[in-house]
Write a protein that binds this ligand. Structure first.
Ligand code: C2E
Ligand code: MG
Ligand code: MG
Ligand code: MG
Length: 287
């Protein structure tokens, strides 16, 4: 109930705000408990070289293995975690999990591939904390920095480009490379893009979905690949599900693909099996 002291500067505490705040508190409480109980895990999705068919890397994707709700997708908990300041703790967990699996795959003599970890815009903004977390994790797990990649979305890269360029540079100086994720969905300034010391652009899944049916999507994807190559960057297409999409991407010289066609995101143990089997076989998604 809003205080009725006639004073100014009081927020009207409406019922709606109360419900929202209560929901956030419940979720925050659940996330904190989930962190304590180590319910967050990294799943890994392969990136496949279009020319050779070999696995050339993978992306770590956060999952919440909740005893109440089952596997919860990051779309649900990442925004809440950002809002209530738990994103760093979750990211640290995903980073550690990723580096532990890197060390484990290497111990088993499996091919060494880099793991790409997603970093939120807020964390890039809080760069000192992020650098500390990454340095600590690499030191504790003895993983080579060149096996770690960081993904920054196009929108967070362009939100505060000067800061983002600086942070990417600091990581590059440590041997950790960065890529721009969800490319095509934000607003890129090309004069800013060319100053980013990144290695890869990842084309957002929304352009790939209809790339074989919609000539506009095909034209956009082809233009992004040409732009990336002109800037000496590698290009990865996200969300590839069919052989037709793969054939198109091969014809325009896209470097690598990530999608259900070759593999869904897998637990570390299943990723080890995939690495042990060699080249993955395409399994088109039937809709
Ligand atoms: P993203 O980084 O763009 O990751 C790609 C998303 O596309 C993943 O969804 C992946 O499962 C999905 N995907 C890949 N291939 C296909 C396909 O062929 N078909 C379809 N339909 N989907 C495909 P996911 O795992 O639900 O992650 C969603 C987003 O959550 C990620 O988008 C990323 O932005 C964010 N995220 C995930 N893990 C983390 C994390 O550890 N930290 C942060 N900050 N964000 C994360
Ligand atoms: Mg990503
Ligand atoms: Mg993406
Ligand atoms: Mg995406």
């Amino acid at each position: 109930r809003a205080k009725e002291d006639g004073g100014r500067g009081f927020l009207l505490f409406t019922e709606e705000m109360g419900t929202r705040a209560a929901k956030l508190m419940t979720m925050q409480h659940k996330l904190r408990r989930a962190l304590d109980r180590q319910e967050f895990v990294a799943f890994f999705q392969a990136q496949v070289d279009v020319a050779s068919g070999e696995i050339i890397g993978c992306e770590a994707l956060a999952r919440w293995n909740s005893p109440d709700d089952g596997m919860v997708s990051p779309g649900v908990f990442i925004p809440v975690a950002e809002e209530c300041g738990l994103i760093d703790a979750i990211c640290l967990h995903i980073l550690t999990d990723s580096c532990r699996w890197l060390a484990e795959w290497s111990k088993r003599g499996l091919p060494e591939i880099p793991v790409a970890v997603n970093i939120s815009g807020r964390q890039f903004h809080n760069s000192r904390q992020l650098l500390t977390i990454v340095d600590q994790t690499l030191a504790e797990t003895s993983v080579r920095p060149s096996l770690l990649e960081l993904e920054l979305t196009e929108s967070s890269a362009m939100n505060d480009p000067e800061n983002a360029i600086n942070v990417v540079r600091m990581f590059r100086d440590r041997g950790v490379s960065c890529s721009i994720d969800d490319f095509g969905t934000g607003y890129s300034s090309l004069s800013v893009l060319k100053r980013f010391p990144i290695r890869k652009l990842k084309i957002d899944r929304s352009f790939i979905m209809d790339v074989t049916k919609d000539p506009n999507d095909a034209a956009i994807v082809q233009a992004i690949v040409a732009l990336a190559h002109a800037l000496k960057l590698k290009v990865v297409a996200e969300g590839v599900e069919t052989l037709e999409q793969l054939a198109f991407l091969r014809s325009i010289k896209c470097d690598a693909i990530q999608g259900y066609l070759f593999s869904r995101p897998l637990p570390g143990e299943a990723m080890a099996d995939l690495l042990a089997r060699g080249k993955p076989h395409p399994q088109p998604v039937v809709s």
